[in-house]
Design a protein around this ligand. Structure first.
Ligand code: SF4
Length: 450
């Protein structure tokens, strides 16, 4: 990738974080940080959920191990994306170049699996030896007719979040706007930054269906390559998670005039607000009335379940340690259940996310930017919290400390979006606090100290 393109992406103007800190990518890479999730990793997280495409990593086989595979992004059909392809660069290729090997591998994948497209990921090693992935992709496309998309996101360019942005850039350059929907439809929406974790998209689709709103594409959970190509025909883009793909929404607004907003489907209020916003931006009065009716109906439908959950959770306190959009939207979902959120994590949150947290939790808010286990447990015990909500890797901290825990990040197996998802979320939180296993685990060891 040339330097001017990189600079442009580092300075994404729609990102408030970049506006506040001039010339800094969001967040700025720091030495040693890439090991925890490099740009290549971020690009994969964004693009590999495109389920019908083939994804090949041009680099040493070790880079493939750095993948998104522990994420619970589900597919309603194709599972081509679950095949892990690599050009498997070795010593000789580092000396003589790996392009021939990659060319052969991509041709083989196309011949054997006939995918609608192949994504080719550049990595540190192949970028440093100068392999021209862009030219190679163009050559294979001309030869085979299959779209071959270069993803120029070697790990050293920055962090995981920056990799999301680079992936968005690849889609804007090579995919979005290259095909037309088969039929016209009055209301069309794209969800950007929805990864269908544990099937969360499927909690949203029935709501859109009832409003007769067509989802052109969910970028990129349960996405199909052909749908991404048609994204430019949407009436509105909703940014669902992490403003790392903000460049896609901003450039689609500039190029195709599609308005965008950031919303969430976690919690009944957030879900209702998101549906209303989509309807209002589309601007059809009948649609707005229909959305109002749907929101009222759904709110009333789950009211009895929420009432009983509120009784179970009354006065309980939660420690939330997550990132991005979840840092504020799950705060709202917990407050709707009658709980007090005593602290929230802000490691991957943008300035807007932080402003929303303050709005919801007040100025006394405890924001945890670095969640070392010792720090999390200290805040938990000092505040008298009843449950910790965090990512999968924190569950061992909670297990060892014998405190209730709910996984709210990408490895989880339970979907929490939409109205039914909100009830499921409440059940998970109440179930964790009331779990009888905790009382057993907290009993003194019958054999004495070991
Ligand atoms: S792309 Fe670079 S930083 Fe990322 S896993 Fe491969 S070698 Fe490591």
């Amino acid at each position: 990738m040339n330097l001017s393109t990189l600079r442009e992406l580092y300075k994404e103007p729609a990102c408030s974080h970049n506006a506040a800190k001039k010339d800094a990518a969001c967040p700025r890479p720091t030495p040693g940080k890439a090991a925890g999730g490099c740009s290549f990793d971020g690009a994969q997280i964004t693009l590999v959920p495109i389920t019908d495409a083939a994804h090949i990593v041009h680099g040493p086989a070790g880079c493939v191990g750095n993948t998104w595979n522990n994420r619970g992004a589900l597919s309603s059909g194709p599972r081509m994306n679950r095949m892990a392809f690599t050009s498997d660069i070795s010593n000789n290729d580092v000396v003589f170049g790996g392009e021939k090997k990659l060319y052969k591998a991509v041709r083989e994948i196309i011949a054997k699996y006939s995918p609608p497209a192949v994504f080719v990921y550049q990595t540190c090693v192949t970028s440093m030896i100068g392999d021209d992935v862009n030219a190679l992709c163009k050559a294979v496309r001309e030869k085979t007719g299959t779209p071959v998309i270069p993803v120029d996101a070697p790990g050293f360019t920055g962090t995981k979040n920056f990799g999301n942005r680079l992936a968005g850039d690849a889609l804007l350059r090579h995919v979005i706007g290259t095909a037309e929907p088969a039929t016209p439809h009055p209301y069309n929406v794209n969800l950007i930054g929805e990864f269908n974790i544990a099937g969360e998209l499927w909690g949203i689709l029935p709501l859109l269906d009832r409003l007769d709103i067509r989802l052109i594409c969910s970028l990129s959970g349960d996405a199909r390559f052909g749908d991404i190509a048609k994204m430019h025909r949407a009436d509105v883009n909703m940014m669902v998670c992490s403003r790392a793909l903000l460049n896609v929404a901003r450039r689609m607004k500039e190029k195709y005039g599609i308005p965008y907003f950031e919303g969430s489907f976690y919690g009944a209020s957030n879900t209702g607000a998101a549906l209303m916003k989509i309807a209002r931006i589309i601007g059809n009065k009948a649609l707005v009335s229909k959305a109002e009716a749907l929101v009222n109906e759904e709110t009333q439908r789950i009211a009895p379940e929420l009432k009983s959950l509120k009784e179970r959770l009354a006065g309980k306190k939660a420690l939330l340690y997550t990132g991005g959009v979840k840092s504020w939207s799950i705060v709202g979902a917990l407050q709707e259940l009658g709980m007090k959120v005593i602290a929230t994590g802000t490691k991957k949150s943008t300035e807007e996310d932080k402003a929303r947290i303050k709005e919801l939790m007040g100025d006394e808010t405890v924001m945890i930017s670095e969640g070392a286990p010792r720090k999390l447990l200290q805040v938990f015990h000092e505040s008298g919290a009843d449950v910790m909500l965090a990512g999968g890797r924190n569950q061992y901290t909670a297990l060892k400390a014998r405190i209730p825990f709910v996984d709210v990040n990408q490895e989880r197996h339970t979907p929490y979006t939409g109205y039914d998802g909100h009830v499921r979320f409440g059940e998970a939180v109440a179930g964790a606090i009331e779990s009888p296993a905790l009382a057993i685990a907290r009993r003194p060891c019958p054999f004495g100290e070991i």
